[in-house]
Design a binder for this molecule. Sequence first.
Ligand code: ADP
Length: 482
Amino acid sequence: MNVLFLSSEVAPFAKTGGLGDVAAALPRALHRRGHDVRVFMPFYSRIEQNKYRFRSIDSLRGMRVIFGTRSFEVSIFAAQLPHSMMEVFFVHCPQLYSRHAIYAHDGDEHLRFLVLCYAALEAAQRMRFAPDVVHCNDWQTAMVPLLLKTRFAWDGAIFGRARSVLTIHNLNYQGAFPTRVLPETGLLRDSHLLHQDQLKEGRINFLLHGILYANAVTTVSPTYAKEIRTPEFGANMDGFLRARESSVFGILNGVDYDEWSPQADKHIPQRYGPDWLEGKELCKGELLSRARLPSLPGVPLLGIVSRLASQKGFELLPDALGLALREGKFQLVVQGSGEKRFERMFHDLRRRFPRQVRFQTQFDNALAHWIQAGSDFFLMPSKYEPCGLTQLYALKYGTVPIVRKTGGLADTVQLWSPRTGTGTGIVFDDFNAQAVHWALEAAFNIYRDRPEYRQLQRNGMLQDFSWDRSVKSYEALYARLR
Ligand code: ADP
């Protein structure tokens, strides 16, 4: 099949979270299975240009992308996606993408990503690439299904058989803009197709229009697919998602084990596997010394690698961790940035417990690998979690996940049962500090019983969340839409 795939992030070029990982791994897996996949993303100035070889595509140089009241000159570049024989296409438009961050939150954020949508569709026309599926991701590219029904509908030769898929990686980021941007969207003449009540209320919500117009809507785990149809998790979209129930699917994300497995990891100080765990001990020692924390025999090390957003549940930690920290029961390495209140909270913990806590704010992929390899437990007390990738990485690295039972965490981590020797982690239900405290005490008890802890570690390491299975679910969905 021909698949046109649009994303605001593709790792390793540009990434802020799981979307970047998935937008690289899924196309890579589809391409390996013989599909012609053309991935489009913005050419952000932040992309490390000396690290990859970009080629300019002559026929797509100096394209004028015109919609509504706006006109932009863009050029398309291509570079090889690492670990793959396929190329990724980059929309070059410095006036929009030369910013301090991937998501700049400037006044023209809607234009930054509409240009990606229009440019990718126009590039497909110029390349004579007729997609069977146009796969868009999150609000940034969610207007594409509507554009296929309006501005691009005339071009039957290219888009006549195209079916659209919208994948929601996180329902809470919706791209809602004031209606005054309407003349800049290119949809003024088709405004009867926009959600009328919201227009009257003064808003255009990009994600909503993807939910309304995509041929299929997917999200990244079966449990999250159910949760988002409820008011509790629906972020005001639950009614629309219930209305489209028969077209909403949950397909679990996979892991790219070329990048994330301790047997093959090129970032960590020592490789290891389920039957040769000595390397993991060494990784712990190296991580502690890199973090300038003392090595305390018998004391478990907890790791966190995360965006610091309220979704992740870190507000529970001061109450949940305080006592155990004062009692010297564990050490903690945290890597993450985001909301300032959480950054302050972790800085504060580090100040109060300098021998136990280390906090690192920079975005550093290699360090994320070190923490996965060197920690004994990986903590995710999420309020909600569409899929979560880091617990999947933790499982592979023998770093026992401690997670709240929500979304993809509920689908991927099973509670350890000492009676049967089954299970892969510590799972708790309630979103409060007592529940986290209970989970930590359970973890420390298991850690003291070495054979039990080893078995739990091994169970996780033997899990298989590779893309092989998930990619077949996407293929089946694409085929169903034809
Ligand atoms: P989300 O998409 O909600 O951020 P996921 O668990 O799906 O959460 O994916 C997070 C991805 O981002 C993982 O690959 C994780 O290693 C990475 N990541 C998060 N924070 C950092 C950071 N500060 N430095 C490096 N990688 C990070």
